[in-house]
Design a protein around this ligand. Structure first.
Ligand code: GLC
Length: 751
């Protein structure tokens, strides 16, 4: 539809029609099977079904078409509905959780994954996805770190930009693409004490220098929607924050798309004590520029009165309605209200072999090898035991994978069983498949339940009356299998419901029942390879020093078993790097690499009293941001600079180069990282900031040069003049394989 016609449509709409375009209902009001991802009394919404402008949670081409047909036939102007859903790391083909995608340090992995997710979800009737989640995270207590790509603004921006491009393609009207909604704007990852929905206190300096950059990159990539977050920012709930939404998001970042609240966030301004009642909340939100009220009746029940009483200008309503109509128009819904949804095409494309291969590649690249003593990995032994609750677990996704069929997930056991060099026996000599020409023998034992008996999860409280008996027998079997084996692959991890929304934890260790299994396996295993399935950094206790190898698998998704088996057997070398610092203990939270030096940095050696320190723990993370081993060894040359000065006036750049050599015996990929430090400035600056990364694959003995262009913009920060600018002076450049690199050179920024 032409823009002029859209305006004519707007002018012809009644005030009721206009207001209801701003209302999003839980899809469960229409269809009982719809995903419910928030709190709501569904009965509230029955009366709004006729005119509400969008739905959340309905999927299925035929259902979507039926609802769309009924809705449009009854609508006075036959305006189509919008169908939205969280497709954040997979629809049918589920990719590694976003934190695992961050570990790939390869935006293209996320772009390709998002494109496949969009293709499957669009065929299934979805038009908008609530992704990417770009919240910068530093606190492992917060369960939603699983949805983020980590602690670094630059990495988050690169990954988010790639996801937006993958979801949206060249045009969101294309039936294989979705409109992307960036969330949660803004600063949600800094929720106090890591507790979900909590307050956020950030200086404007930190907000702009760290937290806003990722969202900005996603908006620059063309995201069509932004979602307001649950948290307050310095005392103001995001959904009522005019400065954040109008001055920063719209005016500064130039965002012209649709701003949707998070589920219930407008109404929640009342319990926050920011709004007197839902009517007040509706006023505050529409004044802040929130276009869609997700799943409350704040707008539906109050906007008309607010307009007719003159409390708000009808222009605020019209601008919101126009943005929503424009989004529907960009999606092509006035021409094709189904956006190409097709049950036939959905069945044809979902979980295709090609999609699985892309997902399998993403899994391989997401795995982070933290320890590998005496080259324990890749596995060389013949008798292999896969032990632990994740050895044959189908739930390898995160709790945000709302549409998958877990039965389609490939477990590690199944991957081993399909492998062309393995005989496989489950538990005590039950064979899945066996043939003479295989030289590895794998046995599998569960070893323990995932959760302790008294643990509760988002999915519900895990209660099991015969818990002790069950685990006793599981342990007994695991002991027998571990003593048989030449090497034990121990598959541990937090439960699927222990990360995600509303899953904050004060204890980030593994369940006791699993740690008991770990120590029993350590006592018996000739070699112990520990795999950790997790949506967050964990306190590994003694696992690292007692394991011969330690591999983080995150929440790997549909192709988890295949991707992990490919790495364990050496078909591929691991290349993943930590997107988030791993603490020694939860007491360190928040811990992150790009911190300030303080006035009393703790010396690396010698006396540390009267310096910034803990008496009982190092300051640094146990495993730092950007860290990850490969199966080979790499060396790096000193940093070579093409010059020693950047001039603000001339805008010249400096090229920083290193030569990387594979000094090992295996081909492998290394991720070379560029960090900068501003040595003296009118605000203290982080000891390091990631400004670039490049992956290089080298054969044994091979060398390659990796170069980065350093420009003035990389040196900018939020200055006392309340703008991004650089300041002349001395800088250091570091190039290495993780954020602790001391491979440095110096340059200056001059006028
Ligand atoms: C949830 C989440 C948000 C999600 C929305 C819709 O409460 O906070 O990330 O997109 O509701 O499901």
């Amino acid at each position: 539809m032409k823009i002029d016609d859209l305006r004519l449509l707007l002018d012809d709409m009644s005030i009721e029609e206009k207001i209801m375009q701003l209302v999003q209902l839980p899809g469960a009001v229409y269809e009982s099977g719809a995903a419910v991802t928030g709190l709501s009394d569904l009965s509230l919404f029955e009366k709004y079904k006729k005119l509400a402008g969008s739905l959340l949670g309905v999927r299925g081409a035929d259902k979507v078409k039926a609802i769309q047909d009924e809705y449009m036939a009854a609508h006075p102007h036959h305006i189509p509905l919008l169908f939205m859903l969280d497709v954040i790391h997979g629809h049918d083909t589920v990719f590694p959780c976003p934190l695992g995608q961050g570990a790939t340090f390869e935006p293209e992995v996320s772009r390709k994954g998002a494109a496949i997710q969009a293709k499957e979800a669009a065929a299934d009737g979805i038009q908008v996805t609530f992704s990417p989640m770009v919240d910068l995270v530093r606190d492992a207590r917060w369960g939603r770190v699983v949805e983020s790509t980590g602690e670094d603004p630059y990495l988050n921006g690169e990954m988010a930009s790639a996801m937006v491009k993958g979801y949206q393609g060249d045009s969101v009207s294309d039936k294989e693409h979705l409109a992307s909604c960036v969330k949660h704007f803004a600063g949600y990852g800094a929720s106090e004490a890591g507790r979900d929905y909590n307050s956020v206190e950030l200086s404007e300096y930190t907000l702009r220098d760290k937290y806003l950059k990722g969202y900005k990159k996603a908006i620059e990539a063309g995201a069509k929607l932004v979602m307001s977050s649950f948290n307050t920012l310095n005392g103001i709930p995001s959904s009522g924050n005019k400065w954040l939404m109008r001055d920063v998001l719209r005016d500064e970042m130039g965002f012209e798309g649709v701003l949707i609240s998070d589920w219930g966030a407008i109404g929640e301004m009342v319990p926050w004590g920011f709004a007197k009642d839902l009517k007040d909340a509706a006023r505050l939100a529409i004044e802040a520029g929130v276009d869609i009220d997700m799943c409350t009746e704040s707008y539906a029940a109050n906007l008309k009165d607010l307009i007719e009483s003159g409390d708000i200008d009808v222009k605020l309503l019209d601008e919101a309605v126009f943005r929503i109509l424009n989004l529907k128009n960009e999606l092509g819904l006035f021409e094709d209200p189904y956006h190409g949804a097709s049950m036939e095409r959905y069945e044809e494309i979902r979980l295709s072999k090609e999609s699985r291969e892309v997902a399998r590649d993403a899994v391989r690249k997401s795995l982070v090898l933290l320890e590998n003593r005496d080259d324990t990995l890749p596995i060389k032994e013949k008798k292999i035991a896969l032990i632990g609750p994740y050895a044959a677990e189908k739930n390898l996704h995160s709790s945000w994978a709302l549409s998958l069929d877990p039965e389609k997930t490939v477990t590690l056991m199944e991957a081993a069983g399909e492998s062309d060099d393995v005989n496989l026996f489950i538990g005590m000599n039950q064979g899945i498949s066996a043939s003479a020409n295989r030289d590895k023998v794998v046995r599998v034992a569960k070893g323990s339940t995932i959760l302790d008996n008294d643990s509760t999860t988002v999915i519900g409280t895990y209660t099991n009356d015969n818990f002790d008996d069950e685990n006793a027998s599981l342990l007994c079997e695991a002991i027998e299998v571990s003593e048989w084996a030449d090497t034990v692959v121990l598959c541990l991890g937090e439960g699927i419901g222990q990360s995600g929304e509303s899953t904050s934890k004060t204890n980030i260790t593994l369940p006791e029942i699993q740690m008991e299994l770990f120590y029993e396996m350590r006592r018996r295993a000739k070699k112990l390879i520990t795999l950790i399935f997790t949506g967050r950094p964990l306190d590994f206790e003694h696992i690292p020093e007692l394991s011969d190898a330690l591999l983080i698998c995150w929440r790997p998704g549909t192709e988890g078993g295949h991707g992990i088996w490919d790495i364990l057997t050496g078909r591929f070398s691991p290349s993943g790097k930590l997107p988030m610092s791993l603490p020694y203990t939860v007491g360190q939270a928040p811990v992150y690499y790009n911190a300030f030096a303080t006035g009393r940095p703790k010396p690396t050696v010698g006396q540390s009293s009267f310096t910034t320190r803990y008496l009982d723990c190092p300051n640094e993370a146990r495993y730092p941001f950007g860290y990850g081993l490969t199966y080979s060894k790499f060396e790096i040359s000193k940093v070579e600079l093409s010059g020693h000065a950047i001039s603000k006036a001339s805008g010249n750049t400096i090229t920083a180069s290193v030569t990387v050599t594979n000094t090992g015996v295996t081909a492998a990929t290394q991720t070379v990282q560029l960090y900068l430090r501003d040595m003296v400035a009118t605000r203290v600056r982080p000891v390091k900031e990631l400004k670039g990364f490049k992956k290089i694959r080298l054969l044994p003995g091979e060398s390659g040069t990796v170069s980065f262009e350093i420009n003035e913009e990389m040196l900018e920060f939020w200055t006392l003049d309340n703008k991004f600018d650089s300041e002349c002076g001395e800088f250091k450049v570091f190039i290495g394989f993780d954020s602790t690199t001391d491979n440095e050179a110096e340059f200056i920024l001059d006028i």
